[in-house]
Design a protein around this ligand. Structure first.
Ligand SMILES: Nc1ncnc2c1ncn2[C@@H]1O[C@H](COP(=O)(O)OP(=O)(O)OP(=O)(O)O)[C@@H](O)[C@H]1O
Ligand SMILES: [Mg+2]
Length: 324
């Protein structure tokens, strides 16, 4: 399997006047071509920070260490010019409020043509129109949208335009950060099905940041679980969602309605995220973990192997590695 993105020991620290927020801490993960990786974790766990660091969209002054190798280049250190060449063509990202990035004074057609011509200056209007029509269909919008101004459309329609624009150049790596969360369930389902179909033919790779476990279960093959800026567990969706190893993943799962439709009570995980401006000695989840022992508070667990291709940063998994 060809690795398309390999993130190694990534740390992202926001630096404000009074404090330093360590929003992503020592995260390592790799994604193969054609994978669809869901990143889940409660609000504030560093998911968007991770995505923004990969695309270098973080605020000025943010400290970033580690590496993120994409096609032999470290995204964290390449020049701004090289990054601009990759953005939209090879790497595209859609945020939850991506629609806000559309210009209110230009028709959708004009904006799509402008973006298209950044990379293909000689493209004809007819050629761009043809591609745009394919994409509007994919995101379930009628062709007339092409000639509308943003204020003539609803928020959900605009978000779908933003998703269509992200696909304009067939990016190899697509990052959706809650990009479809605000859409109604039917529209979201239709768009995701179309995108999953499209990926099969183009072998696109997708990172799907979402609060919705059912979206991960239906549209991703791998999953990474983050908590307080750290990676808690990762693996194949079929393994992690059916047999979560990490107590945090188990807690997250209990807080979502069962995918099988079982009628059980939903439980939230008691407690709060820790203060990310303070260093943490042991396991960052220990204060909320029902299984925590003394060692969990003093020694950080390494990532233990779970099954064929998964891992969990929990002392409970020590020894499981060798099938013990
Ligand atoms: N510009 C910033 N300056 C300081 N701290 C920030 C900044 N942006 C985010 N943070 C903090 O970094 C942490 C991670 O935030 P992030 O937005 O990455 O979380 P998230 O997992 O995407 O959450 P959500 O699910 O709510 O989108 C949070 O504690 C947040 O308060
Ligand atoms: Mg976020």
């Amino acid at each position: 399997m060809e690795t398309i993105l390999s993130v190694n020991h990534l740390n992202v620290t926001y630096v404000n006047k009074s404090r330093r927020v360590m929003a992503v801490r020592d995260v390592s993960l790799s994604i193969n071509k054609g994978d669809s990786l869901g990143i889940v974790g409660e609000s504030g766990s560093g998911k968007s920070t991770l995505a923004m660091a990969l695309l270098r969209l973080h605020p000025k002054g943010t400290e970033i260490t580690g590496e993120a190798m994409f096609e032999g280049k470290n995204l964290l250190t390449i020049s701004e010019k090289e990054m601009n060449e990759l953005r939209w063509v090879k790497l595209a990202v859609v945020f939850q409020k991506a629609m806000n990035a559309l210009s209110p004074v230009h028709r959708i057609r004009q904006q799509i043509e402008d973006i298209y011509r950044v990379h293909y200056p000689k493209a004809s209007s007819a050629e761009i129109r043809e591609r745009a029509m394919e994409l509007l269909k994919l995101v379930n919008l009628p062709p007339r949208v092409y000639n509308l101004y943003p204020h003539e459309m609803s928020g959900g329609m605009l978000q779908r335009v933003a998703i269509a624009i992200s696909l304009l150049h067939h990016p190899q790596l697509l990052i959706f950060d809650e990009a479809t969360t605000a859409l109604d369930v039917v529209t979201q389902g239709q768009i995701l099905r179309e995108i999953v179909e499209m990926e099969k033919t183009l072998s696109t790779t997708r990172i799907m940041i979402t609060h919705d476990m059912s979206v991960v279960a239906t549209t991703c093959n791998k999953v990474a679980v983050m908590y307080a800026g750290e990676l808690m567990e990762y693996g194949m969706v079929t393994d992690v969602l059916t047999h979560p190893h990490h107590p945090y993943t188990q807690g997250l799962q209990r807080s979502f309605p069962s995918l099988k439709g079982d009628n059980r009570k939903l439980e939230s995980i008691p407690g709060f995220l820790p203060d990310l401006s303070k260093p943490c000695q042991g396991c960052v989840f220990a204060p909320r973990c029902p299984h925590a022992t003394e060692r969990c508070f003093s020694q950080k667990p390494p990532m233990f192997k779970t099954g064929e291709s998964g891992g969990a940063a929990c002392w409970l998994c020590e020894g499981e590695e060798n099938g013990k």
